[in-house]
Write a protein that binds this ligand. Sequence first.
Ligand code: MN
Length: 196
Amino acid sequence: MRKYELPKLNFNFSDLEPYMDEKTVEIHYSKHHQNYLNNFLTIIEKYPQINELEITEILKNINSYDLPTEDKQKIINNGGGYYNHNLFWLNLGKEKELNEKLKQEIIENFNSLENFKKEFSEKSISHFASGWTWLIRDENNKLQIYSLKNQDCPLTLGHIPILNLDLWEHAYYLKYQNRRADFIENFWNIIKILDL
Ligand code: MN
């Protein structure tokens, strides 16, 4: 079985203050993210034909394996929860590591950085209940923004995830309570790959 692990964070829990508070980041990473990983390990242990693969491969091909419906859903939920958070943390930080190529592509696809930011924020605000907002590259190499429920992952749709925002209450509730729009607005301050 492959050794699936939590990624090492490139920042300390308090480094995203005041936009994401220390306590939330700590619980989010060491409890929620860890819990998705633990549950994923428990279920994937049963499937040696799959558990040597990268998590990205598993999520990409989840519909092509011969799995009982319930276990397949557990892998979607917990493997998705594991992978989605890996990407989330990777893109966060106050020290910028700008991706100029991505910036140019965003401008080409959404006309301007402002439009991109507006569309991403609006889709985040209007998403109902738990899920994530995604910036993805589709099969025609075009960038798209959409939200998906729960821990569903664009990899399963054949898309390549680029940037994501966690819309689950555990991502913001301690600091922001019901003010999800404020949390979404503050997210732009801690994306390290884009200057928005
Ligand atoms: Mn989360």
